[in-house]
Design a protein around this ligand. Structure first.
Ligand code: ADP
Ligand code: TRP
Length: 319
């Protein structure tokens, strides 16, 4: 049994890229491993500038975790800001990290290029992420490919700490199944809230239809034969309706099956896939106070776990 930890920034509504790139792996891992999943609200402070908005986005992400099937009886679910050891450890780690290591991290440059303010917090974001991971003696970190470098940085930082002081951490590894490394968005780029190309997990049927009909396709005519692989409609269908995807591939290859038809099939596949998650959300919302209860309980468990590593670290560094 391994120790697994991951988190998502609650800075927007979660989408199918988050589901297939991260949450689905979490759902599988929670059955056989000791799992900690959190809402990275401290990380979201780098982009969300309104307290009420962040509080409500964090709650929304917690509902999404639960509705997708994360089970508080199997996993510890918590809010990052409820365990103040994250920021304590981040500071200590920041004092041993060479500045050059942070400068090599590509996500800072990517984010600034997308228009996010170039703050010190955004620059040192990987330090806080390393603290998240190392506090829980994490073996495996299930994330999408874009986060791989951050997990490697956490590992480098742990090694550096061990070299300077003594053993305190477990060296983490990223967990990234190849087939879900990058989920395409409606325009073919990586699905991401910053590209406005997402299919949100929670939406209504009209909006879902508009989003699917807006998926970018090439200009191959209805009658022509088509290559399914690499086609966004097919790639998404394969994820939401794996049992029927061979059938769609065959229809594309035969010809006489247009993108309009394929989008209708994708839409019905998506509804079938999302409806149970929507239903679960309705049940969760009917239980007043349930989400807060789960997060409070998770915070206690996470706190107790993080405390052990933190005590060791404080002892080693002399505070
Ligand atoms: P976004 O790009 O929408 O801001 P985040 O960076 O908050 O998403 O991602 C949260 C988690 O979901 C991370 O583990 C990330 O790797 C994963 N993820 C997000 N989008 C995708 C995608 N298109 N394909 C694969 N994984 C993704
Ligand atoms: N940086 C991650 C993202 O943007 C979120 C995150 C913060 C995280 N701390 C983490 C993921 C620790 C895994 C482990 O998606």
């Amino acid at each position: 049994m391994k120790r697994v930890l991951s988190g998502i920034q609650p800075s927007g509504n979660l989408h199918l890229g988050n589901y297939f790139g991260a949450l689905r792996q979490w759902l599988q891992l929670q059955n056989d491993h000791e799992c900690f999943f959190f809402l990275a609200d401290l990380h979201s402070l780098t982009t969300v500038r309104n307290g009420d908005e962040l509080r409500s986005l964090t709650l929304e992400a917690a509902i999404t975790y639960l509705a997708c099937g994360l089970d508080p009886a199997k996993s510890v679910l918590f809010r990052q800001s409820d365990v103040s050891y994250h920021t304590d450890l981040a500071w200590i780690l920041s004092t041993i990290i060479p500045k050059g290591l942070m400068e090599r991290a590509h996500s800072y440059k990517d984010k600034v290029a997308k228009g996010i303010s170039a703050t010190v917090g955004l620059f040192t974001y990987p330090v806080l992420m390393a603290a998240d991971i190392l506090l829980y003696r994490t073996d495996l970190v299930p994330v999408g490919k874009d986060q791989k470098q951050h997990v490697e940085i956490a590992r480098d930082i742990a090694e550096k700490f061990h070299h300077l002081y003594d053993e305190a951490f477990v060296l983490p590894e990223p967990y990234i199944p190849e087939d879900v490394a990058v989920i395409p968005g409606t325009d073919g780029q990586k699905m991401s809230k910053s590209y406005h190309n997402t299919i949100p997990i929670f939406t209504d049927e009209t909006q879902l239809m508009k989003t699917v009909m807006g998926i970018v396709t090439d200009s191959t005519g209805v009658d022509e034969k088509k290559v399914p692989e690499g086609n966004i409609v097919y790639e998404l269908y394969k994820l939401v309706a794996p049992a029927q995807s061979d059938e769609m591939a065959a229809k594309f290859r035969e010809g006489g099956y247009g993108y309009g038809d394929a989008k209708k099939d994708l839409l019905s596949g998506l509804k079938h896939f999302l409806e149970p998650i929507w239903e679960e959300r309705r049940k969760i919302e009917a239980r007043k106070g349930y989400v807060e209860e789960v997060l409070d309980d998770g915070a206690h468990k996470a706190q107790a776990e993080a405390e052990m590593v933190m005590a060791k670290v404080r002892g080693l560094v002399g505070i």
